[in-house]
Design a protein around this ligand. Sequence first.
Ligand code: ADP
Ligand code: MG
Length: 223
Amino acid sequence: MILDLKGIYKEYQQGKMNVPVLKDVNFSMEEGEYVAIMGPSGSGKTTLMNIIGCLDQATKGTFILDGQDISSCSENEMSDLRLNKIGFVFQSFHLLPRQTALANVEMPLNYAKVPKKERKIRALKALERVGLSERVNFRPNQLSGGQMQRVAIARAIVNNPKLLLADEPTGALDSKSGAQVMDLFQRLNDEGVSVLMITHDPDIAAHAKRVVMIRDGELKEKR
Ligand code: ADP
Ligand code: MG
């Protein structure tokens, strides 16, 4: 199992009030699965994704990632897990605007202290995998939205993560670029990467092999 969440609650503090956002979420994913989470705006999708991505911790509950109990992890251990096991793709790409595609893709390897020469080799290979070998020296403002998202996907996979997390990855794209992103996700999944994506587009969710719904912080399998 790549993910196992049991009895996950998340509350945010707002002034003196505790706002419950996730309520007893139980969710697991086998290695190599491809799952979509759907739900209306404000239902807790990003909050859940941030917990699964080790960017935030639950208020209550247990979360096992690839056999490791995250509940007791320190900040440093969480950032190591992010670096080594997880790739992230966001709706708005989150690329460094002044850096080339190549430098953007190399970035996680800097954190992982990979030697310079190897960084470049691996980043070029990741860009080749997403079909952007001709654009390695372009900066984000010289790329289309679809190309920017493919740079972001190259950055997400440059560390060979076991788990790819995507929060509305096609939300800012036209349908043709969205379809290219879906093709890439399928290919990565075929290669064994577990994929978890958030979307509110049923046509995008249909690419996953399993769809779960979240509503008001409660998660239910769609059957
Ligand atoms: P979704 O991604 O499904 O649109 P979110 O997970 O972003 O939903 O948000 C779920 C709920 O949690 C919303 O009501 C939002 O206002 C609240 N929320 C999210 N982040 C915070 C925060 N940092 N502090 C307080 N409330 C938050
Ligand atoms: Mg969201």
